[in-house]
Write a protein that binds this ligand. Sequence first.
Ligand code: FAD
Length: 403
Amino acid sequence: MQDFDAIVIGAGAAGLFCAGVAGQRGLRVLLLDHSEKVAEKIRISGGGRANFTNRDIDPRAPHKHFLSENPNFCRSALSRYTPADFIALVQKYGIGFHEKHKGQLFCDRSAEDLIALLLAECEAGGVQRWQPCGVKTLRVGIDGSYQIDTERGTVSSRAVVVATGGLSIPKIGATDFGYRMAKQFGLRIVEPRPGLVPLTFDGDAWAPYTDLAGLALPVLIETGDKKSRISFAEDLLFTHRGLSGPAVLQISSYWREGTPIRINLAPEVDLPQALARAKATSRKLIANELATLVPSRLADAWVAQDKDWQRPISEASDKALARLAERLARWELVPTGSEGYKKAEVTLGGVDTRDLSSQTMESKQPGLYFIGEVVDVTGWLGGYNFQWAWASAHACGMALPGR
Ligand code: FAD
C-alpha cells in the first residue's frame, strides 16, 4: 500500500492549489479526482477567462463579501493569503490579466492559463495526480492514519484534505462527497442550497414579462427585512423563465423562499419629477415619454399593465403617473424558486465552520481537513469564491504536518 504525507481529494481550484503548496514544503502529496479532466470549473469560469480574484477585498474586513453562518471564520485565511499574493503568483507566470468591473480580475487570454499555473505549482511540489480515480471508502485506523480505497487501489496517509467542492453543475462532476465525509465523522453541515443562481417565477405571473427576455439594464435590487436588508447596484437580465444577470445572482444568495425581492428599474432617474415635467410639456404617449427614461421595451411592457398608462401623458392623472413611477422604482415580486444546482455558480452552506479550525482548516476529526466551496463560506459574485479557494487551500497547505 502506498503511503503519503497528505492525500487531497478533488483537483479543482482549492485542491490543486493546496497540493502544490504542501508539495513545495516537501510533503509527499497524492491528489485524486474522479473526473477525467482537471479543474473543469475553472475552465468554464468567468466566461472562459476565470475571474480569479477581486482587488476590492477589504483588508480590514475581508469577510465582508462572504456569506456563512459563522461570518468571521473566513477572516483569518483571507487575511493571511490575500488577492495581492495570488496576483503576484499570476504575474510570476507571466499571465496577462485585466480588471473588468468593481475590482474583478480576469485572465486576458484564457482560464487555461490559470489551470496551467496550478498544474505547474503541483509539478514543482512533486505532487502525484491520479485522474480519473474515484474514492470508494475512507476509514481511520487505530493509529489515527487514514486508509482510502480508490479505484486504483488502497492508499494511506496521516492527513486527508477534502476539496470536492459543492453541488453546483453536477454535469461536470459535482458530488455530495464532502458532505458525506463530514457526516461520516460526525461533523455538522449547514444545509446546502444553490447560490449565485437565476430566479424563476410562476408561469402566469411572469407572462407580462416574457417578451422582455434578453433585455439587460442597470438596477438597484434588494431583499430582506429591516434587520437583514441587503442591496446591490448591478445589471439585471430578463430571461424567458425569470430574472438573471449579476444583480439577481448576487441577491439570490441572500433571498429566502417565500420572501420578496424589490427592484428599482430606473435607479438613476427621479421618475416622479421626470414624468411630472413631461406631463407639463409633452403631448406624446406615456410609453414614448417613458422610453426616454428607461429602455423602450421595458416602457412598452410596463404601460401595457394598466389602461391608465395607455394615453398621452398630458391626459394622465397625477395619481396614475405616481403609481407608474412607484411601480418602476419599487417593483416587488416573490420568486417561486431558482434554476437550482444546474445553473448555480456556487453552493451555499456546507461543512459547518464551528467544526473546523480557521487557522488550518482541520476538522474536529484529527487529520481530516476541508477547504474551498465544500465549507460553509460562500463569496459574492466577482472573484471572491476563487479567492476563498486560494486562501483556504493556502492555510491548509501550510499547516499540513510534514514527516
Ligand atoms: P471545485 O473547483 O468545484 O473542484 C472540486 C473538484 O472535486 C472537482 O474537480 C470534482 O471533479 C472533484 N470531485 C467532486 N466529487 C468528487 C468525488 N466524489 N471524488 C473525487 N473527486 C471529486 N468563482 C469565481 O471566483 N470567479 C468566477 O469567475 C467564477 N465563475 C464561475 C462560473 C461557473 C459557471 C461556475 C459553476 C462557478 C464559478 N465560480 C467562480 C465559482 C468557483 O468555480 C468555485 O467556487 C470554485 O471552483 C470552488 O473551488 P473548489 O476547489 O472548492 O471546488
